[in-house]
Design a protein around this ligand. Structure first.
Ligand SMILES: *Cc1c(COP(=O)(O)O)cnc(C)c1O
Length: 384
């Protein structure tokens, strides 16, 4: 594309505008080869040797993700978990690390078991309180601060810019799980983050048909080379078919996320006054504790994820989920179809998730239909 200012939405829609130079195809081919021919002079002039390190099918999707996040480089992974775990495996035993108490549950479990056994010293903090992060930081010893914002499943919000300042003063790196915010709403690197992580399974792909992850780095430096090496060594690369599907999904990221934000805001406001709902957790509500920070660091909406707390406790919450029709009872988020989940049942013992909470992932259906379906389920569960 010409060197004029093009919005991120346009870059995403055209996947940076790449056209295949040989065939002029506007949609890229899929490269299936697992290996590359060596030259007669014994070098690899293509720069490629073996497909456990990377694949030409990654080029366009990684370049697009780096552009959307305002980063220098991106790496796609076999899952969000493998992308996140690479950040922790890049640390050394004995390193001090700060992570949120409220975060994606599977990653929290891995950190509390494998990562601590492997020798990382991990503090779980109330990451929606900047002062709690500041109190936990040990200058010189702390090597990584991890934030998730808004955070599963209460959507608590962390102040990325404020934590970046504290983190960098201590000589540590800041990584953000930005799966829920997406680059449509928040660009953490511009706020001071060093690494952005996505479960690309969710909004980036958007169609609930692949498992994928991504890291985006602010700088192409020695730390980035380490993350690239971890992916190549463990073989946690994305399959080429999945990389192609992810690129297709990202083309519609902006309209999908913008639609979901509008619907989630409308649903949050309507359920806030509902007689069978005790509380609505959504950063877009003025009454939400993290609203002021969210309004500063999220642009154009507050995301497609919200939770409701049902009057009548756990039993009423499960009974409500059992009575929806349009919403689908399933885990995951960020797809075009709306999902509802009794989150405490998934997370099990030790979860900070309230037992009366239903997590809602708002898709691209009509928001009036979504309201009506959940409204009838709440009423029928209440009367059952
Ligand atoms: C789903 C999810 C992950 C894990 O990603 P997978 O692609 O399922 O491995 C991490 N963080 C958040 C916020 C998620 O929603």
């Amino acid at each position: 594309m010409k060197d004029v200012s093009i919005s991120a939405a346009s870059l995403a829609a055209q996947a940076l505008g790449w056209v295949d130079p040989v065939t002029k195809a506007v949609v890229p081919p899929i490269h299936m080869s697992s290996t590359y021919q060596r030259d007669t002079d014994n070098n690899y002039s293509s720069g490629r040797i073996y497909a456990r390190a990377d694949n030409p099918t990654f080029d366009q999707v990684e370049a697009t993700l780096a552009a959307l996040e305002g980063g220098s480089r991106a790496l796609v992974f076999s899952s969000g978990m493998s992308a996140a775990c690479a950040c922790f495996l890049a640390m050394s035993p004995g390193d001090h690390i700060i992570v949120p108490k409220v975060m994606y549950w599977s990653l929290r479990n891995w950190l509390a078991t494998f990562a601590t056994h492997w020798g990382l010293k991990i503090d779980f903090v109330d990451a929606d309180r900047t002062d709690a992060v500041a109190a936990a930081v040990r200058p010189g010893a702390t090597k990584l601060v991890w934030l998730e914002t808004p955070a599963n499943p209460t959507w608590s919000v962390s102040d990325i810019a404020a934590v970046a300042e504290i983190t960098h003063k201590a000589g540590a790196l800041l990584a953000i799980d930005s799966t829920v915010a997406t680059p449509v709403l928040t660009r953490p690197i511009e706020l001071g983050a060093d690494i952005v992580m996505h479960s690309a399974t969710k909004y980036l792909n958007g169609h609930s048909d692949i498992i994928a992850g991504a890291l985006i780095g602010a700088r192409d430096d020695a730390h980035w080379a380490k993350l690239r090496a971890i992916r190549a060594q463990l073989g946690t690369i994305l399959g080429q078919m999945e990389a192609w599907l992810l690129m297709r999904g990202i083309r519609t990221l902006f309209p999908r996320v913008q639609w979901a934000c509008r619907s989630a805001q409308s649903l949050a406001e309507r359920f806030a006054g509902h007689p069978m709902v005790a509380d609505v957790l959504y950063p877009g509500l003025a009454s939400f504790p993290g609203h002021a920070i969210a309004a500063r660091q999220m642009h154009g909406g507050f995301g497609g994820m919200l939770s409701i707390r049902v009057k009548g406790g756990e039993r009423a919450a499960i009974a409500t989920a059992a009575r929806v029709d349009l919403w689908k009872r399933a885990t995951s988020l960020g797809g075009v179809e709306s999902l509802i989940e009794h989150r405490a049942s998934v997370e099990g013992p030790g979860t900070p998730c309230p037992p009366d909470l239903l997590r809602l992932s708002v898709g691209v259906e009509d928001s009036g239909d979504l309201f009506d379906d959940l409204d009838q389920a709440l009423r029928r569960a209440h009367n059952a």
